[in-house]
Design a protein around this ligand. Structure first.
Ligand code: ZN
Length: 467
């Protein structure tokens, strides 16, 4: 099978220029300038030619933070590996890295097997895993090596959720020492969960039960403090640190200072922190439950800081933290007690489109859009140059994007298995037209051609940014 993509504008981290692309089998075989005339010869023997005139041609998106079929408080996030990766493909994302969750007292390697079973035969696009370490002890520290050998080279820990995922500073220090010795990356949910739990208890005791109190009991200062502490522990141990879902200006200031000192500290933010705010969490009635995630949506003022961080590379990339729970029956578990609302916002389908609005609005450049949504995630998590670039030898994960099309986001038309959209009614400039996953057309002209089981597991290398 060979495909020629002609007349498009190939966008990479270094710019945008006219280019023709030849795909043979699962890989990119050649990239040529239109003047070379090579595409005529390619097309004469190709199985298919795609005319990308007036379109951008991008490396497929990489969403490095998803939670598919994740167990949470007696329920599961509502997207399976099949529905979640299908929605991702519709939105131009061709690789995800999902989180395997070690249960308390469980083994890391058994956990990894469980997640491999969940994804195998289901995923429509390629996938890798991070490992959530909820139990630090001699056995799990040793098992980190087995995960690394299996291609899982990043380990997430929590300074939030006491009694569930929470790790003490001492436990974090031990895991970081192990990461320093092996080259693995520690990923951190940085919020001071001990203090937050007190604020939550006080709010509930005072009769404050509405969803907005989820945000008010998790102040930005407690994200800033935890981020500072994580960075300090990383500097003491020398471990590389990656802050997940950074939402607050206070936390960004800590990351910026660490990076200015030359520390191996990186951070992602998520579309919800760039486009939604505490006002959404405060919507009347129980509507705000749709917007409950941790860290919480922040007051609008934080958004400009986050965009600045994306421009200056203090924020390296954008992932979704896609963790969908239906409004009916799942979010509703928290009626009358905001602390019981399952935490998570759906977004796997809309990351590329939402970030394109940053280009349209002049917040980020066109090459930066590709960098924060594809190339940096590939390098950050050891997938480059197989993923994250359209170049000879790379996997043919390619998106043809119409930058002038108009669309309106709605739960009525999205493909995620969740009964609401956090961006309902939002008008978007730009639209994914064609998506290739390892040389296979999975989305084309409004039709889905993907297949459960096409996606394969990606054994990853270490972070490619370390010096
Ligand atoms: Zn998450």
């Amino acid at each position: 099978m060979s495909i020629v993509i002609r007349n498009g504008t190939l966008v990479s981290t270094t710019g945008a220029s006219p280019a023709d692309i030849l795909v043979v089998g699962e890989r990119v075989a050649a990239v040529a300038s239109p003047e070379s005339g090579l595409a005529d010869a390619w097309e004469s023997s190709a199985d298919r030619a795609i005319d990308a005139r007036g379109r951008y041609v991008l490396p497929g998106g990489i969403d490095a933070h998803t939670h598919l079929e994740m167990p949470f408080g007696g329920t599961f996030s509502s997207d399976t590996f099949e529905t979640g990766t299908t929605a991702a493909a519709w939105g131009g994302t061709t690789t995800i890295i999902d989180f395997a969750v070690q249960p308390k007292g469980g083994s890391l390697l058994t956990t990894l097997e469980r997640w491999q079973e969940k994804a195998a035969g289901k995923a429509v696009i390629d996938y890798g895993f991070h490992m959530i370490v909820s139990d630090v002890n001699d056995a799990t520290l040793k098992e980190m090596d087995g995960c690394i050998d299996a291609g899982v080279k990043s380990f997430k820990m929590f300074m939030a959720y006491p009694g569930v995922f929470y790790a003490t500073d001492g436990e974090i220090l031990r895991a970081m020492h192990r990461a320093r010795e092996t080259g693995a990356t520690i990923m951190m949910h940085a919020e001071n969960g001990i203090a937050i739990d007190q604020l939550v208890a006080q709010a509930l005791a005072a009769g404050h039960t509405d969803p907005v109190h989820h945000g008010l009991t998790r102040p930005a200062a407690l994200e800033g403090e935890a981020t500072h502490r994580a960075i300090t522990l990383a500097s003491v141990t020398g471990a590389p640190l990656y802050i997940v879902h950074l939402s607050a200006a206070e936390a960004l200031a800590e990351v910026t200072a660490a990076r200015d000192r030359g520390q191996n500290v990186f951070a992602e933010t998520c579309p919800q922190y760039l486009f939604l705010s505490l006002d959404d969490l405060g919507r009347p009635g129980f509507e705000g439950a749709k917007y409950v995630a941790s860290p919480p949506l922040r007051p609008k003022e934080h958004q400009a800081e986050l965009w600045r961080g994306l421009r200056t590379n203090d924020l390296s990339m954008v992932s979704t933290d896609h963790c969908p729970f239906c409004f009916k029956e799942q979010k509703e578990l928290g009626r009358g007690d905001f602390s019981k609302i399952p935490n998570g916002i759906p977004g796997i389908e809309h990351r590329m489109d939402l970030l394109h609005q940053g280009v349209v609005r002049g917040e980020i450049s066109l090459p930066r859009w590709v960098e924060i949504s594809s190339t940096t995630p590939a390098r950050m998590f050891g997938l480059y140059p197989r993923k994250g670039t359209v170049a000879p030898g790379s996997d043919a994960d390619i998106v043809v994007y119409d930058p002038t099309a108009r669309q309106t986001i709605s739960a009525k038309t999205h493909h995620m298995n969740v009964d609401y959209s956090a961006y309902e009614g939002m008008e978007i400039t730009g639209r994914v037209e064609t998506v290739l996953s390892r040389g296979q057309v999975v989305v084309d002209a409004g039709e889905f051609h993907g297949r459960a089981g096409h996606g394969s597991f990606l054994a990853r290398e270490f972070c490619q940014y370390l010096v």
